[in-house]
Structure formats: structure tokens, C-alpha cells
Write a protein that binds this ligand. Sequence first.
Ligand code: NDP
Length: 444
Amino acid sequence: MSYVDEIYAQVAKKNEHEPEFLQAVKEVLESLKPVIEQNEETYRKAGLLERMVEPERIISFRVPWVDDAGNVQVNRGYRVQFNSAIGPYKGGLRLHPSVNQSILKFLGFEQVFKNSLTGLPIGGGKGGSDFDPKGKSDREVMAFCQSFMTELYRHIGADCDVPAGDIGVGGREIGYLYGQYKRITGLYEGVLTGKGLTYGGSLARKEATGYGLIYILDEMLKNAGKELAGKTVVISGSGNVAIYACEKAQEHGAKVIALSDSNGYIVDPEGIQLDLVKEIKEVKRGRIKEYADAVASASYHEGKGIWSVPCDIALPCATQNELNLEDAQCLKKNGCFAVAEGANMPSTLDATNYFVSEGILYMPAKAANAGGVATSALEMSQNSERQSWTFAEVDAKLKDIMVNIYHKTADAAKRCGHEGNFVVGANVAGFEKVADAMLAQGIC
Ligand code: NDP
């Protein structure tokens, strides 16, 4: 049995109740086979893969808080500190009822390679809770965040672990978390990213994941002799990543015709009016359906099904496994030629393999959505030097990083004999730096 197959079998046995984690490990290990086989003896001797698939630490804790009716509620909080070989743990906090250890381990594992790809000195981690911020008052969200941080603060720090936002964690939640960290520790330090601009946040962080997605998409299209201008785009989700991907795609002259949330999707053949979406989602915290109520050219469709809307380019920006093989086949049948992932692992393994085998221009999440964490690292740099860079400076650095990630990914794919397969490229390019650092640091 090859080293890769052996390790996967061990991981599958040890983590049999963690399907998302197993899915992520399988995808990464499969695509690393050519590189691992070349160095098998060294890697085996150092137990490299065994260590890479095991988080350095998982912290799980009780989060008690009191709701507006005076009832005590208890959620479960987590921080998965996956790998610190190349820098302090870095990765978001997710607040969603679906959160469990498997999902956070898959996200933390992916984050290790993504962070490496950015070229910046950041390790990988992820955290969150099964708390659902939807429908909660601001006071309830604050009470939860304060309680969550009252436990988490002892495990994080500007030079050790720097969380950020993810699903359900935006500016409001980061503010409450930061306030509580400062109150407990007395430290005014860059311990969280995605902070507000008045207390150490970076310009362009809010936009970064969505903008970065479009920068790398644009580079991928250019290198394939195509362009974004004039193309029809479908984007799933209507949260932070989806909104700013839509904004930048429109700036590039693309026509975005569909967005969604967990209830359903809207189609506007005239092109999405983004100001209205921002008002509904960022200000009123409403549902995407309200867009169709307000715009005559738009229609609302309950449930999944956004991938049946014909488009040239699809950008899944909602959540994991939101696009399956059937969806992928439907996209191809309708003429879609490019897919770039704003969300983490939005395509099932079948769908991913289909995109690759059908020659769709396909940029996987760990390369495509790395702009968020890269700009978080830029926020850390600004915090350390007590400086604030302009929007243009941060945006230019983000663009540079995304263009670089495209080329690193494309070059690694070519080097391994898989030209155009950006899944292999991203995994290999991300893996190499982490592997070298782990080997250099000995068995730890
Ligand atoms: P938000 O919470 O801002 O938005 C999430 C969007 O996805 C919402 O429209 C939400 O709908 C929808 N959604 C969430 N869960 C589901 C589900 N189970 N089924 C269908 N739709 C769902 O999160 P972000 O935009 O920040 O994150 C989106 C994705 O991007 C995630 O995979 C995240 O890990 C990834 N990502 C985010 C980064 C960031 O900087 N924010 C960085 C890198 C990756 P509803 O409101 O109905 O729940």
C-alpha cells in the first residue's frame, strides 16, 4: 500500500464519524501522491503525513449565556489549532447550528495549505460554535460573544492564534469578541482580524475574499485567452463573500444574474442591483427573497437549484458541499466554462473530479478564496507596526497575492504533469512550504 493510502486508511479509521474532515483529507492526499512518492522515504521517516492530518490541539468548551427571555442557553465552542509550522494559527470563527468538530477540522486542515499558498507566515486553525445568530437580538449576540471569549481568550494571542470571521461572524461579532478580549487581558493587540476601522481594522478586509476571488478568476481567464467582461455569472450565497465577489465582477463588466441564501435564490436577468442586496443583507439582516419583492425583473425560487440557472461562470460562495455532481453536470450542459470557489469546499468530491475531467476552468477554494486570510495577515502587519495603510495599498497587495497564487498553482500543476489541474496545483504548492518547515523543526 502506498504511504498516502496507508495514511488515509488510518485517518478514516480514527475519524469515522467526521465525513467532512475525511473528504478534505482525501482530496488533498490524493492530489499530493506524485510529490509524496518522490520523497516517500524522507516523509515516512519523519512521520510527516501522520502529523499533518492530526490537529496540534482541539479545544472544546461550554458557552453559557442568557437570552432575552431570561433563560439560560448553552452552546458548544471550539478552536482547532491545526498546524503552526509556518506561523501563528490563523483562521475564522464560524457561528452556525451545523458547526461540529468534523466541519471545523476540515476547515482547519484546508486552512493550513491555503495560508501557505498566500506566501505569508501564517499557520492554520479554525473555530466557532453551534450558536445560531439568525433571529437573535444584538444583546443576545453580545452575551454569546462575551461568554465565548471568556473561555477562548486564554488560548489565543497576537503571536499565537489570531481568529477572524466566517459564516455568521461579521463586523458586529468581531467587535463584541474584541471588546471582551481587551477587557479580560488588558491588551490592545491584533488578536482578531476583520476588526472595525476605528479599532485596528484594515481597509479592504471586508471586501477581500470576494475581490480576491475575482482577481484570481480574472487571471485564470486571461491565461486561458478569455475575459470576464460581458460574461453571465451566477453566485450562490448573499453574505460577505458573495456580495463583494458580485461587486468586483460587476466592476469587471460581468453580469451577475443570481444570488441565494439558505432558503432560496433570486434570478434577475437585468443584472443584480447590489445596493439593494447590501441594504437587505448588511443593514436589515433580511432574506434574499425581499429582493424579488422589490425588483420587477427578478424572480424568487424556494429551495436549492441555483446551479440550474444558465451562466458562463459559476461562483459558489455559500457553504460546503452545496454543489454536487448533478449540479456540475447541469452547469456544463448549460454552457458554464469556469468555476471559482469563494466558499470552502463547496463542491463535493464527485463534482470536483467532474470539473477537472471535463476541462472546466476550475479554481478550488484554497486558492480562490485565500484573499480573505491574506488580507487578515496584512491587518496583522498593520497592527504590529501601529500603522494603517490606504484602501488602494491593501487592495494592490491583495491583487498581487492573488495573481501570485494563480501562478504558483498553475506552475505546480505543470511541474507535476497535471497542467491545468488547479486542484493538484493548489494542494502541492501549499503543501511544500509546510512540509519543509515541519521537517526542519523536527518531530513536534
Ligand atoms: P456569511 O455568513 O456572510 O454568508 C453566508 C451565506 O451563505 C449566506 O447567504 C447564507 O445564507 C448562505 N449559507 C450558509 N449556510 C448555508 C447552507 N447550509 N445552505 C445554503 N446557504 C447557506 O459568510 P461568508 O460569506 O463569510 O462565508 C461564505 C463561505 O465563504 C463559507 O464557506 C466561508 O467558510 C467561506 N470563506 C469566508 C471568508 C471570509 O473572509 N468571510 C474567507 C474564506 C472563505 P443564510 O443567511 O440563509 O444562512
